[in-house]
Design a protein around this ligand. Structure first.
Ligand SMILES: *Cc1c(COP(=O)(O)O)cnc(C)c1O
Length: 393
């Protein structure tokens, strides 16, 4: 039965993914089940999305309730869930203004537009530059792709939006060398995800922030993957005490309902996007906003951050032990429940064997296995993961 769906999918869907030969049917907590009823331990969470685990009753009930009230209205009107979601997001982020989007890439688009408008209002020029990082990933739309520091994703689609320069993450001099009077923004992920799980260093964050302050350049932090509790604070930058001017968030924000947002400080909001400058039909509709409200409520109620901080050191310890034991594992990098093991070879075979052994893993680049499990995993789940992973080597 599974094979039939796979064959049909390959005839009907555009071939933009090399999919693993599994058809998911349902999820329960940190486990997934395929069409044949086989159980898997999930250390991917839909790529850092399903933070609260599958089939969370309170979350599901909240969505069902909202569906029966109203699913969509236009952003030309107000709706209660969007107001509540925006207030909650301000609380947890310390940012001042929220714009809801449908995805991460769209949040990055909005952030770029806000930064360009901010600079435009200052000097009226239309040739502003953005500094982004090598190995970064910000999404697949043109603006987001333009600041993505991986030529493989960009090349066939050139020209990009232009006036983007790439520096090296954690190399402040490489950033400084690119700054000029046209620089309007510096964008990076607080912890790089797709590019190989590289956390920003505190000193780098502080130096960039201070440079931005000096030159009135906007600091944009992409928290789409590393935010929402993944590294043990609600947003990863909060652990560094380096606050961005604009921040993007998505993935776990809706825990499965497609929603993202970009947020900014009041200072940027007052001097950037104004009425008519930006919009979206779906962004922050009542269903999406109800999802955000419930997710943020459950983060508090279920002490998700505290839990991440408790379980993450155990995951790190177990991964470090693997690294010591097997000489084909070169390094471990990451923060909280966003970890990467660096291998001396491509990891595709290991990931395929792990699936056979009932463990869902994903790569970040060809030679890194990425661990971004639901945030509710326990030490016992980590033990099972390590056991199934070792069997897959
Ligand atoms: C996933 C991701 C994006 C893109 O989000 P989409 O919802 O897929 O558009 C952007 N930035 C980072 C850091 C991401 O991990």
């Amino acid at each position: 039965m599974q094979q039939q769906y796979i064959e049909e999918a390959e005839k009907a869907l555009l071939h933009t993914y090399n999919r693993y030969p599994i058809v998911w049917e349902r999820g329960e907590g940190v486990h997934l089940y395929d069409l044949e009823g086989k159980e898997y331990l999930d250390f991917v969470a839909g790529i850092a999305v399903f933070a609260l685990g599958y089939r969370n009753k309170e979350y599901n009930d909240a969505l069902k309730e909202q569906i029966d009230k109203i699913i969509h209205t236009s952003n030309y009107y107000y709706n209660v869930p969007a107001v509540e979601a925006a207030k909650k997001m301000k609380d947890v982020s310390g940012m001042d203004r929220v714009f809801f989007t449908n995805s991460g890439a769209e949040a990055v688009e909005g952030a770029i537009k806000a930064a360009r408008k901010y600079a435009y209002l200052k000097d009226g020029r239309t040739d502003h530059e953005i500094i982004a990082m090598n190995h970064s990933f910000h999404g697949r739309t043109f603006g987001a792709l333009s600041v993505t520091g991986n030529p493989k994703y960009r090349e066939a689609f050139e020209p990009m939006i232009g006036n983007v320069k790439f520096a090296e993450m954690n190399d402040f001099d490489s950033v400084k060398a690119l700054v000029n009077d046209r620089t309007c923004a510096i964008i990076f992920e607080t912890v790089q995800g797709e590019g190989g799980i590289y956390p920003a260093e505190k000193e780098f964050m502080e130096q960039v922030k201070s440079l931005c302050g000096e030159k009135d350049i906007l600091l944009i932090l992409d928290e789409i993957q590393c935010g929402m509790g993944r590294t043990g604070s609600m947003y990863a930058w909060q652990r560094y005490g380096v606050k961005p001017d604009i921040m993007t968030t998505a993935k776990a924000l809706g825990c499965g309902i497609p929603v993202g947002a970009f947020l900014m400080t009041e200072r940027v909001a007052e001097h950037s996007l104004a009425s008519g400058d930006h919009g979206t039909t779906y962004g922050g509709n009542p269903l999406a906003a109800a999802a955000i409200c419930k997710v943020l409520e459950l983060f508090g109620k279920n002490h998700i951050l505290e839990h991440v901080n408790e379980v993450a050191p155990y995951l790190e310890k177990r991964l470090d032990t693997l690294m010591e034991k097997y000489d084909f594992i070169k390094a471990r990098r990451g923060a909280g429940l966003m970890q990467g093991l660096v291998f001396d070879r491509p990891v595709a075979d290991i990931i395929n064997r792990a699936l056979e052994n009932g463990l869902v893993l994903i790569n970040a680049g060809t030679d890194i296995i990425r661990f971004v499990p639901p945030l509710i995993i326990t030490e016992a789940d980590v033990d099972v993961m390590v056991e199934r992973l070792e069997r897959s080597f």
